[in-house]
Design a protein around this ligand. Structure first.
Ligand SMILES: Nc1ncnc2c1ncn2[C@@H]1O[C@H](COP(=O)(O)OP(=O)(O)OP(=O)(O)O)[C@@H](O)[C@H]1O
Length: 280
């Protein structure tokens, strides 16, 4: 008998989700530091295959939200559901092992190590074999090492950083360090990539390059991306959907056009220049 194949099935990958399915959902999350309410009762979701931006003024709770998603902080209330698994608490290494990778506001790399070694370090997470296994099964372990190196070289080619592969990252300009950090996160082959201000401190050309790489990671690797970014031009250009926070609360959620037309968002954030705000 010839059974009809669900076309969505063909688009599914290892996690059993198709493009557009909910990959991660944040439900009624609240996070406090003593008396400071960093996040208050926030809910939103991230769909597989999309680029989702989280925006808002300084102190709105954006980084705290990423830290909840990847297990750095445990919220006092609410839950996170990732690939259908609901959880209240997860350790960062478990989040990483389950397919969530991230970059940081201030580049987090081993500054004395080369580009190649930093990206190789990011690959460690994808190595499933432990040291004892490698001792006993030297041959397969060697093959795994070769496969890992191949993947790392693929990422280096993809990010166009061949010329700096042997350079210690501490000697690189900031824009390139950010690109290496993206490579380090990609090396783990994440299904969800969290980027905390990937364009911060970059000039226009570097921002354009980074935007292109983010779009290419999304389209070529199929990686779902959630990013925090203050450059509204970039956010509105590259994001599928945007969630807007203000004083720890969600005040808007939708496509870039919907968010741009949302009066609460205009009043709280888009109406004032972020620059002016920081200087005030
Ligand atoms: N570890 C912490 N201890 C105490 N308060 C914190 C901590 N982390 C964040 N906060 C507070 O929580 C609130 C939200 O901070 P958060 O860094 O998440 O905002 P943000 O939107 O990422 O800001 P920015 O755009 O400036 O990075 C702020 O009032 C901040 O001072």
């Amino acid at each position: 008998m010839n059974r009809a194949v669900d076309p969505r099935q063909l688009a599914m990958d290892a996690d059993g989700l198709a493009k557009g399915d909910v990959l991660l959902s944040v439900k009624n999350v609240s996070l406090r530091f003593g008396g400071v309410k960093a996040i208050t009762d926030i809910s939103f979701d991230i769909r597989k295959g999309e680029i989702r931006a989280i925006i808002g003024p300084n102190g709105a709770g954006k980084t705290s939200m990423l830290n909840v998603i990847n297990g750095f902080y445990t919220p006092q209330e609410g839950t996170i559901t990732f690939r259908g698994e609901e959880r209240k608490k997860i350790a960062p290494y478990q989040a990483a092992a389950s397919g969530i990778a991230r970059t940081f506001q201030n580049v987090a790399l081993f500054k004395g190590m080369t580009t190649l070694d930093n990206i190789m370090a990011g690959r460690t997470l994808a190595m499933h074999r432990n040291f004892l296994w490698q001792l006993v099964y030297f041959g397969p372990a060697l093959n795994e090492e070769i496969a890992n190196r191949r993947k790392v070289e693929e990422i280096i080619d993809f990010l166009e950083i061949q010329h700096i592969r042997k350079v210690p990252v501490g000697r690189l300009p900031y824009g390139l360090q950010k690109r290496v950090e993206l490579g380090r996160a990609l090396a783990a082959e994440p299904s969800l990539l969290l980027l905390d201000e990937p364009m911060a401190g970059m000039n226009l050309e570097e921002k354009e390059d980074m935007s292109r790489f983010i779009l290419d990671v999304n389209s070529q690797f199929g990686t779902t991306i959630a990013l925090i970014e203050h450059d509204m031009g970039v956010v509105m250009d590259i994001s599928d959907r945007v969630v807007v926070l203000d004083y720890g609360r969600k005040i808007g959620d939708g496509t870039p056009d919907e968010v741009k037309a949302n009066q609460d968002v205009i009043d709280a954030y888009l109406g004032v220049s972020h620059q002016d705000e920081g200087e005030g």
